[in-house]
Design a protein around this ligand. Structure first.
Ligand code: GDP
Length: 195
């Protein structure tokens, strides 16, 4: 999968700003530090389209990345910041509800989790939130290079069991270091946009 064009289109704070060209959208959710920026950069073969790490004051917008004028990656703000006020949390919740309940362009939601650890309560909440809206979810388990091959299955099962993964939802093991899983994720994305 060669990507020639990938650019940030807009950081949207309200639905009025969502692009209206009808391209399919792939939402990317995950707690901060899970490896989402690295995931985006690996998927599009760029070093720093999405900024990695160390950005505590990150604003809570939906960041739209136009990929080859064929689809958008929609970076959903990382959840689980301790320092965000309740008012902020509420605003974020509203934006998430609007987007995930009504966005017709949404073709796939990707939830990133860290393969090394049990999914956190917030990961589980996010998964349940997506399933509440009956959305197909692809779970991408990141940082796989940090887990020995012999321990792989145990960690994958941990993810499946902790999230109580629904029938039809898949886990893809991924590493931004080795690029493992990249092709598989692209296949899942392209399959979802053809539906
Ligand atoms: P974000 O906050 O979710 O965007 O996470 P980042 O992409 O900024 O990654 C957080 C940290 O994890 C950084 O230090 C990355 O270098 C590291 N990281 C991300 N993905 C991987 C991976 O697949 N393998 C390894 N070993 N480290 C990773």
């Amino acid at each position: 999968n060669k990507i020639h064009y990938a650019e940030i289109t807009i950081s949207a704070v309200s639905p009025k700003q969502y692009p209206n060209d009808g391209l399919p959208e792939v939402a990317l959710a995950g707690r901060s530090n899970v490896g989402k920026s690295s995931f985006i950069n690996t998927m599009v073969n760029r070093k720093k389209l999405a900024r990695t790490s160390g950005k505590p004051g990150k604003t809570r917008t939906l960041n739209y990345f136009n990929i080859e004028n064929e689809l958008f990656f929609v970076d959903v703000p990382g959840y689980g910041y301790a320092k965000v006020s309740n008012a902020e949390q509420e605003k974020w919740g509203k934006m998430m509800n609007i987007y995930f309940s009504s966005r017709e362009e949404l073709s796939l939601s990707i939830l990133l989790v860290d393969l090394r650890h049990h999914p956190t309560d917030l990961d589980v909440q996010m998964y349940d939130f997506l399933k509440y809206y009956n959305l197909p979810v692809l779970v991408v388990a990141t940082k796989a290079d940090k887990i020995k091959k012999s321990k792989r299955n145990k960690h994958i099962n941990q993810v499946i069991q902790t999230l109580e993964l629904a029938t039809g939802d898949k886990v893809v093991v991924f590493s931004a270091e080795t690029r493992e899983g990249r092709d598989e994720v692209w296949n899942e994305i392209l399959a979802s946009t053809r539906n």
